[in-house]
Design a protein around this ligand. Structure first.
Ligand code: CTP
Ligand code: CA
Length: 223
């Protein structure tokens, strides 16, 4: 890990990283989202930049400062993130999909605030599936080295390997979001990283340390 950061090993490389949640509007004042803090993705952006890479960070709505010398593109919805990701990934060395992308968006965003009515004790909102950003990046003719995340609460290895294969990824970093004190909205994380024929453990630590190790692992796999 140290050698990577001393030698600017990633100089000349372009790394594109997505981070944070997406926000799917219901009406002008409401949305559907999730608890992703963006910390893991921002830490990865900082680690890659410190190792010498040119970094583009595509961020959903989060309350975090932009790491030094990182180009940040702010987006809200999954569709906006999809558009920016495909644009930047097309000329990237590495693409890391760390964002917690909403799987579904509201089918018809209301133009005005939805009012409750006296007679309706229930309401329904129709959702439609969002595009799969990392899977679409992995289909590019100019496919970068593509890394996904898998947030799971059970059957971690099986689900992670299934996503690796189904989305045509080079690497997938799985974290158990059911364990308290790691992953979603926490300062710490522990990862099990899978390639098609290998498995690597990154022990529970502060996300900035975990990020440095993951960046080093990706750099090693690229060699
Ligand atoms: N992902 C993405 N675009 C989506 C959904 C997910 O790019 N519309 C990416 C995430 O950034 C992550 C990987 O796909 O790198 C896996 O996300 P995850 O939510 O764990 O998997 P899904 O395929 O959405 O399946 P499920 O939520 O049902 O487990
Ligand atoms: Ca999902």
């Amino acid at each position: 890990v140290c050698a990577l950061y001393q030698n600017d090993k990633l100089s000349g490389q372009h790394w594109v990283i997505t981070a944070g949640p997406t926000r799917e509007a219901i009406d002008p004042v409401r949305y559907i989202s999730n608890h992703s803090s963006g910390k893991m993705g921002f830490s990865l952006a900082q680690a890659a930049q410190q190792a010498g890479a040119n970094v583009t960070l595509i961020a959903g709505p989060v309350h975090l400062n932009t790491p030094q010398s990182v180009k940040r593109i702010d987006v809200e919805s999954a569709e906006q993130m999809h558009k920016q990701a495909l644009t930047y990934a097309n000329e990237a060395t590495v693409f890391i999909s760390c964002a917690a992308v909403a799987d579904y968006r509201v089918a018809q965003i209301a133009d005005h605030k939805i009012k409750k009515t006296d007679d309706n004790q229930e309401m329904q909102i129709k959702l439609v599936k969002n595009p799969d950003i990392v899977a679409d990046v992995a289909q590019l003719t100019n496919k970068p080295y593509t890394v996904g995340f898998a947030a799971e609460t059970q059957n971690i290895e099986q689900y992670a390997l299934d996503k690796l294969k189904r989305k045509n990824l080079d690497l997938i970093a799985a974290n158990n979001v059911a364990t308290s004190g790691q992953g979603f909205n926490s300062d710490n994380n522990a990862l099990t990283v899978y390639s098609t024929n290998n498995k690597f453990d990154i022990d529970l630590a502060d996300k900035s340390l975990v990020a440095q190790q993951l960046v080093a692992l990706i750099a090693e796999q690229l060699d």
